[in-house]
Design a protein around this ligand. Structure first.
Ligand code: KG4
Ligand code: ZN
Length: 339
């Protein structure tokens, strides 16, 4: 049996996984730095690099301890995310991965973090090409048309903030700790989603057919609403819950609009894959599946929406099967190669 090792260190998770050639998960470890960054309301790049350096050896040791006697000598290739992300973290993970590949005389496989997120649902489900893909993560918000694993056309990108970042910034305005997404989802359950009408940027007027995303105006509108509530007294839990629910519904409506638009241009598409950290939001998952009920929507299992080593190992496996490997001096980058 052949095994692929995947290493992830582009943001605030130091993660690694071993999967076999049939994409079965052998073991996986994710060490999150979220509590270290929460103090600052977001990821501090230098702190992230140092924490990756501190964590990576123990993550790998633990991974092999829990791997059911699969050892380093059983690994056939080492995959690692080499872009996009925080360069200090990528440097730590990729140097570790490259050194392992050299010392074991096995291929090194460079993985783009975005392709790893996008392909994650394919590990769990039989999905026919072509498909639409929506990547909604902490660093990205993109809609793409996937012809196959090698041919991906970008249809729309965010012009400013990513969608996860917008969740995190709105959370910060409400004094909700980082990362804000999961708590906004929780408080939204207690609120009235029709309480406030927030704008849906780039969805009407001359932008009716614009496939790009923009979230900065929405963020400002939420901020203005919060300030006006604060000016009228303390922001109560009731207000906070209503803001969370109304904001989340706005995000849903923006996603619906952009997916509808893409489907107008690709009416023959029957599948949509939705991945990235924000795809772990159960309200969005359920609402989008209900709304697009004539299509199959595939999400990764919730635990594989946020950054993890399995997604890197799986994207690596797809390349390994096609005998694609990379020179040990291949570049690392803060931006994506994908689009
Ligand atoms: O994919 P990811 O781990 O990191 C990047 O590649 O950027 O995504 C992290 C993002 C954070 O912004 C976090 O707030 C958001 O995913 N997130 C959520 C939820 N869980 C995580 N956003 C909304 N609802 C959630 N349940
Ligand atoms: Zn990610």
């Amino acid at each position: 049996m052949q095994y692929i090792l995947g290493i992830e260190s582009t943001c605030d998770e130091t993660a690694a996984a071993i999967i076999d050639i049939n994409a079965n998960i052998i073991s996986q470890i994710t060490v999150s730095q979220q509590s270290n960054h929460a103090l600052y309301g977001g990821v501090v790049p230098e702190l992230a690099s140092r924490m990756h350096l501190q964590n990576i050896e123990s993550v790998l040791n633990k991974l092999f301890k829990e791997s059911n006697k699969i050892g380093l000598s059983d690994i056939s290739a080492v995959a690692c995310s080499t872009q996009p992300g925080l360069i200090g973290g990528i440097l730590v993970g990729s140097n570790f991965a490259k050194s392992l590949a050299v010392s074991l005389s096995i291929p090194f496989i460079s993985v783009d973090h975005l392709e790893a997120h996008l392909f994650m649902p394919f590990m769990f489900y039989e999905i026919n090409f072509p498909t639409l893909a929506i990547l909604i993560s902490g660093g990205h918000c993109q809609i793409a048309y996937i012809r196959n694993f090698e041919q991906i056309d970008l249809l729309g990108n965010t012009l400013d903030d990513s969608i996860g970042e917008t969740f995190d910034k709105v959370a910060q305005m409400l004094n909700i700790s980082y990362p804000g997404g999961p708590l906004i989802e929780k408080y939204a359950l207690l609120g009235n989603e029709d309480c406030y009408k927030f704008p849906l940027p780039l969805t009407y007027g001359k932008n009716l057919n614009n496939q790009n995303f923009s979230f900065s105006g929405l963020k400002t509108a939420v901020k203005i609403q919060i300030n006006s509530l604060k000016n009228n007294g303390n922001l109560s839990d009731f207000d906070r819950n209503n803001i969370c629910a109304s904001f989340q519904k706005t995000i849903l409506n923006i996603l619906k609009h952009k997916i509808d638009l893409a489907l107008e241009n690709y009416p023959f598409v029957k599948n949509i894959v939705i991945s990235g950290g924000v795809a772990s939001n159960k309200y969005l998952r359920q609402s989008l599946s209900n709304y697009f009920n004539n299509l199959e929507i595939y999400y990764p299992p919730i635990e594989f929406c946020t950054d993890n080593g399995v997604m890197i190992a799986f994207a690596g496996l797809l390349k390994f099967k096609k005998q694609i490997s990379y020179s040990i001096d291949c570049m690392i980058k803060s931006t994506s190669n994908l689009f």
